[in-house]
Write a protein that binds this ligand. Structure first.
Ligand SMILES: [Zn+2]
Length: 352
């Protein structure tokens, strides 16, 4: 969230007509804002991870302001072609959702459909067939549910001593312990889910109820087929939400991701989003070999004609962003003011 002095400055700029001046400028017309979302809360996830989640009311407010501001919300592929060709309509925006959580299907998709806005989902696919919550996210969420408590004994999940859940750092330490054990033992998704169920027992949380709500789960095959049939553009985000530094393994992630998406949607995805926004120069030629035509990062900015296609900036919107901050970015003012450093966009995601 921006500091009060920055917010006050933005209010002055909006009040003096600078926002509308920039939004209607030729400079803005030659640029594309790619908006990035992750989860849309089913319950209180935005209170747990406000950088990762947005509540549905706030998302609706954003969509309403795109409509009221006469923004041109374009399908990602078309927007990128027109960016290159110099034929973008005024105030162009593309909407992207990373990971492909079930909450996209339940919460965001009906809203987007109501507004008639095209959308791209960057789908990570491993958990689309496992149908279990993402292990590190569900564990972190359950520990947060018991914030303020000290659990006498962590032995039920292989950890020694009491589990101190009173602070962020205490909960992170427990999380680190759980991840270390699962990496060391090279557990599969289903085995990790058993550990999550054990953790729920230790924390006295009804895991079956949580699982039935589909909280922190990805969309399954049926849901992906349905959204794709209804025009949602499903694109690449690696199979296991990871970018190995070995070429063969990296490309395998793209290939597995692509074939699972193809199997479900009968499309050939060519747009990619770096998991966790992590990219290295070596990845670019590997992506080209896989015929990937665009790749988005989590770096803040508007995309311009000269932007590298495999390193396109986006603006990450979430529960922590104020409405005026959002407006500053869709108009282009945020980019001009170089609020980039302030718009810290580090996102620690769920790895499978
Ligand atoms: Zn992701």
């Amino acid at each position: 969230m921006l500091r009060p002095v920055k917010l006050a400055a933005l209010r002055v700029l909006r009040g003096s007509g600078i926002f509308s001046l920039v939004t209607n400028s030729r400079w803005r017309q030659q640029r594309l804002l790619i908006l990035c979302y992750h989860g849309t809360s089913l319950e209180d996830e935005h209170l747990w991870r406000p950088m990762l989640y947005i509540d549905p009311q706030k998302l609706e407010q954003r969509l309403e302001s795109l409509k009221k501001g006469h923004f041109s919300v374009l399908p990602l592929g078309e927007a990128l072609q027109r960016l290159r060709a110099g034929t973008l309509p005024p105030r162009s925006v593309a909407l992207t959702f990373d990971d492909g959580f079930f909450d996209f299907f339940r919460q965001a998709y009906p809203l987007l459909k109501g507004y008639g806005f095209p959308v791209t989902v960057y789908q990570t696919t491993y958990y689309t067939s496992v149908e279990r919550p993402l292990f590190n996210l569900i564990c972190s969420y359950m520990l947060w549910m018991r914030r303020g408590e000290v659990i006498a004994d962590g032995e039920g999940v292989g950890l020694q001593g009491p589990l101190d859940l009173r602070t962020d750092s205490g909960r992170s330490e427990v999380m680190r312990g759980l991840l270390e054990i699962s990496e060391r033992e090279n557990r599969t998704g289903l085995e990790k889910d058993e550990v999550a169920a054990q953790l729920a027992r230790v924390l006295k949380i009804d895991y079956d109820t949580l699982r039935a709500k589909r909280i922190l789960q990805l969309m399954n095959g049926r849901e992906l087929q349905e959204i794709a049939r209804n025009g949602v553009d499903v694109q690449l985000h690696t199979h296991r939400h990871r970018t190995p530094e070995d070429e063969a393994l990296f490309r395998r992630e793209i290939q597995d991701n692509r074939s699972r998406i193809h199997e479900l949607t009968a499309t050939q995805p060519v747009h990619f989003c770096y998991p966790s926004g992590v990219y290295r120069p070596a990845f670019l030629p590997w992506l080209r070999k896989e015929h990937v035509v665009s790749a988005t990062t989590c770096d803040a900015g508007l995309a311009a004609r000269q932007s590298e296609s495999l390193l396109l900036p986006r603006f990450i919107d979430n529960q922590n962003r104020t409405q005026i901050e959002f407006e500053s970015w869709v108009t282009g003012v945020g980019d001009l003011l170089a609020l980039k450093r302030k718009a810290a966009q580090h996102y620690v995601p769920g790895r499978s």
